[in-house]
Design a protein around this ligand. Structure first.
Ligand code: GDP
Ligand code: MG
Length: 335
C-alpha cells in the first residue's frame, strides 16, 4: 500500500503569542468538527506529549499509517465493513517509503509550541456493539525546550490530558523523578480546574501510557508492554514504607488520577533513525527489533478492541460535545 498522499494535514489548533497568550485557530477547528458524520459519534482521541525531539511526530506518523490502512476517514471514505485484523506488516508501508504526516525530524529550527491535530478523522463501527466512533489524532510540539516556559508546558500538558482518551507520555531512556512531579502538577492542576463533579473514588482521567524510547536495560525489563508494566510496578510507581513522603505523594496522586496506567519500552531505533540528517523515516532504516516493537505497540494502542472512548465526568461524549469541550478548555486555560 502506498501512503504518498495522506488525506489530511497537520493543523496547529493552539499556539502562544509572544506575550504568552493562547491563540486558537477557531476556523480550522470549525472546519474539522463540522462534518455531519462525526457529530453523534463517540470519540477516541490519541495524544502524544513529551519533550521535543523525542520521536513523537515520527511515532504518530506510523500511527497514521495504521489508521489509513485499516479505517475509512472523512477524506478517504470507503465502506465501513467489519474490521478484520490480519497480523501482517503491510500497514507499516513499503520498505523505502518516506515518512509523511505530522512534520518530524531533527531540524535545527525550533518548533513552535502548541497543539497540532490531524485534519482528517477516522471512522469505525465497533463489531460487538454496532456503535459508530470517530478517531482523532493529536500531536504536541515545542515542549521542554529552552524557550518554552514551565507555564506553557503545564498548560499544554494539562490540555492534552483533558482532551485525550489515550494520552501517551513520550520519554527518553527512563522515567525520572522530576517528570513524575511534573505530571502530578499538571494532573492536580487539571483536576482542580476542569472536573466539575467528581464522585468519590472516581478517577478523572482515562488512560496514561508511558512510552520509553531508547531503553537499554532489557536484561532486567524486556522491551514491549509486559516489560514496561513490570518496570512501572516494580520500580516507578511502587510505594514503600521507607519512601520519602513527597515521593510517595507523587505516586499516590498519579495513581488516583488515571483509570489505567501502562508503559511500553522501545529499543533504540538504530543510528540512521536517531541521527542521520538524510534519513527520511523509511522502514528499512530501522533496526529490526525496533520495528517489531513499534508495530506491536501501535497495534496495542489502536486495535478496535483496545481503543478507549473519551469520557468526561464518567459519560462517553460525542464529536459535537468534544468540540464544545475543546472550546471550553482552551478558554479556561487562556487566563
Ligand atoms: P518530536 O520533536 O518529539 O516530534 O521528534 P520527531 O518525531 O521530530 O523526531 C526527532 C528525531 O528523533 C528524528 O531525527 C527521528 O528520526 C528521531 N527518532 C525517532 N524515533 C526515535 C527513537 O525512538 N529514538 C531516538 N533516539 N531517535 C528517534
Ligand atoms: Mg514533533
Amino acid at each position: 500500500m502506498s501512503h504518498e498522499h495522506l488525506h489530511g494535514k497537520p493543523i496547529t489548533v493552539l499556539t502562544f503569542s509572544e506575550t504568552k497568550e493562547i491563540i486558537i485557530d477557531n476556523d480550522e477547528l470549525e472546519k474539522m468538527f463540522n462534518y455531519p458524520e462525526i457529530q453523534e459519534r463517540k470519540v477516541v482521541i490519541l495524544s502524544l506529549i513529551g519533550a521535543f525531539r523525542g520521536g513523537k511526530s515520527f511515532f504518530l506518523d506510523y500511527c497514521l499509517r495504521f489508521l489509513y490502512a485499516h479505517f475509512p476517514s472523512i477524506n478517504n471514505p470507503w465502506e465501513e465493513t467489519q474490521f478484520i485484523f490480519e497480523t501482517n506488516d503491510s500497514w507499516l508501508g513499503e520498505p523505502d517509503e518516506p515518512l509523511t504526516g505530522f512534520s518530524w525530524r531533527s531540524g535545527t529550527k525550533r518548533d513552535t509550541t502548541g497543539i497540532i491535530m490531524w485534519s482528517d478523522v477516522f471512522l469505525h463501527t465497533i463489531d460487538r456493539t454496532g456503535e459508530k466512533i470517530a478517531i482523532f489524532v493529536m500531536d504536541t510540539q515545542g515542549l521542554f525546550d529552552n524557550e518554552s516556559t514551565p507555564a506553557d508546558n503545564s498548560r499544554i500538558f494539562a490540555l492534552g490530558t483533558v482532551i485525550s482518551s489515550i494520552q501517551v507520555l513520550n520519554l527518553m531512556n527512563r522515567v525520572q523523578e522530576d517528570q513524575l512531579q511534573y505530571l502530578q502538577f499538571a494532573t492536580e492542576f487539571t483536576k482542580f480546574t476542569t472536573v466539575e463533579t467528581v464522585e468519590e473514588n472516581q478517577k478523572p482521567f482515562q488512560n496514561l501510557t508511558f512510552l520509553i524510547r531508547d531503553w537499554t536495560n532489557d536484561e532486567e525489563f524486556e522491551f514491549g508492554i509486559e516489560g514496561g508494566n513490570k518496570y512501572f510496578e516494580e520500580e516507578v510507581l511502587k510505594i514503600t514504607a521507607t519512601q520519602m513522603p513527597e515521593l510517595r505523594s507523587v505516586r499516590e496522586s498519579i495513581k488516583s488520577s488515571f483509570e489505567h496506567i501502562g508503559c511500553c519500552l522501545l529499543p533504540h531505533p538504530g543510528r540512521a533513525v536517531a541521527g542521520r540528517k538524510t534519513y527520511d523515516g523509511k522502514l528499512s532504516g530501522m533496526e529490526k527489533d525496533f520495528k517489531e516493537e513499534l508495530k506491536k505497540f501501535i497495534e496495542h494502542l489502536l486495535l478496535p478492541d483496545n481503543m478507549i472512548l473519551k469520557k468526561i465526568n464518567a459519560q462517553e461524549i460525542t464529536g459535537k460535545e468534544l468540540r464544545t469541550y475543546i472550546e471550553k478548555y482552551f478558554k479556561l486555560f487562556q487566563s
